[in-house]
Every structure is written in C-alpha cells, then in structure tokens.
Ligand binder design. Structure first.
Ligand SMILES: [Zn+2]
Length: 234
C-alpha cells in the first residue's frame, strides 16, 4: 500500500493506535474501570450524579496517558505529515496527547482532550494536567461553577464537525487506523468518502464492522503497517 505526494490525506485514528502504546480502551470485554463500564462514567448523567467519580476516572486516565509513550504508528503519521504538509489532516477520536508528542500538528481531537478542562458555564477550555481524586473538586475562578473535563461524553456532539467535513470533502484518500467503525459520526466518514469516490484504507488488527466499505483492508497492528507507508511515491 503506497501513498503518493499528490495525495491529500484525511486520517482518522481511534483507540487501537493508543492501545498499542498500552492505553486501555475501556471497550468490549474486560474494559471495565473499577467495575464500571465507560458508558457509566463518561456521560452528562454520570457527571450530574457523581462528579467525583467522573473526575477520578479522568484523573486516572491523565495519569496513564502521562506514563505512555507515542509508538511507531504515531511517529509514522508525523513523518507523513512532514512530507504532505497542508495536504495532511489528522482527526482523532482519542483524547490522549500521543499524536502531539510524536510531532503531529495538523490535528483535531473530535472527542476532546484529556489535558484540557473547562468551566461548565464559561465553557472556555484551558490546559490542565491536575489530578482531582478527592471531594475537593475544582471550580471556576471567574464564576465559581464546577470545572469539568474537556471531553465529549456519550450523548454530546463531537467538536467542530464542520471543519471535519470540510477536510473530508477535499481529501483524495481516507486512512482509518485502529477504530472499530461502530461509533458514529466517525463511522460514517467512510460512507462520505465512498460517495465522493475517493480511496479508503483501513488499518487494524481486526476487521471493522463496516469492512465492505473500504477499498483496502490491512489487517495488521498500526505499529507494523504504518512505518512502511512513510516512503511516499513522487
Ligand atoms: Zn466559569
């Protein structure tokens, strides 16, 4: 599988690429945290009912992400971006910062980021690497409202979908890495790509649910498949 310097590449990454750096996906079998399913701690309802529980969950995820390192797949995507420049766009479902630490710059976190928080009223995200694991939860210095993780929870709308669709609309290749194809709206990107007739590539160790929708399926770990795609054909 070759990419060329003429490609305008839209990359979508999901939990699989972070899992290859050892970060838990909290999905499927065995994906529990302290006996909770992620759907029970990553919702507006969970936040209303028990913000301390929610903050303990995201504090733990901050701790885990800080301890993890970008892997060969993250680094390969940053190298491809170096070559394609503005013809590269990375949309990630992941909330960790491993892409940034690998060197990616043209990146959009559609589900928010672990290392930002925001006031529930002022709504302005700010950098935050703190752990909130006691009843002493953070409040806004301006309006005293609670501070929440800058994360798109289940039932909330992903960030900046307009920009995502604009980029998807002008891409020549959609590369999907490490996401099961089960979570909309991202799962629908490949349908949009197919309607436009552009090339669609999937990389992951397991077949995605929407496997029929892709032109090319590379059943492999991203850390194995992506480094071989760095050499772009002129
Ligand atoms: Zn505020």
């Amino acid at each position: 599988m070759r990419l060329t310097l003429q490609d305008r590449l839209f990359v979508l990454t999901g939990a699989g690429i972070s899992a290859e750096s050892g970060l838990a996906t909290f999905r499927g079998s065995g994906g529990l945290w302290n006996g909770y399913r992620v759907e029970e701690v990553a919702t507006p309802e969970a936040w209303e009912a028990d913000p301390e529980l929610v903050w303990r969950f995201y504090s733990m995820r901050r701790r885990d992400a800080l301890a993890a390192q970008p892997n060969a797949a993250h680094l390969a995507l940053a190298r491809i971006e170096d070559k394609l420049g503005d013809r590269f766009y990375l949309c990630t479902q992941n909330v960790d910062d491993l892409h940034e630490r690998a060197g990616s710059r043209r990146i959009h976190h559609m589900h928010g980021t672990l290392f930002q928080s925001r006031c529930v009223r002022c709504n302005k995200p700010f950098p935050d690497q703190s752990f909130y694991e006691t009843l002493d939860l953070p409040t806004c210095k301006t309006c005293a409202s609670p501070i929440r993780p800058h994360i798109v929870w289940f039932g909330e709308i992903p960030l900046n979908m307009d920009a995502i669709y604009r980029e998807l609309d002008r891409a020549t290749t959609l590369l999907v890495v490490g996401t099961s194809g089960s979570v909309y709206p991202a799962a629908g990107f490949v349908d949009i790509a197919n309607r436009r007739g552009i090339r669609t590539i999937y990389i992951g160790p397991e077949e995605p649910l929407n496997t029929h929708a892709f032109d090319d399926i590379i059943l492999s770990l991203a850390t194995q498949a992506l480094p071989s795609m760095i050499e772009l054909v002129p």
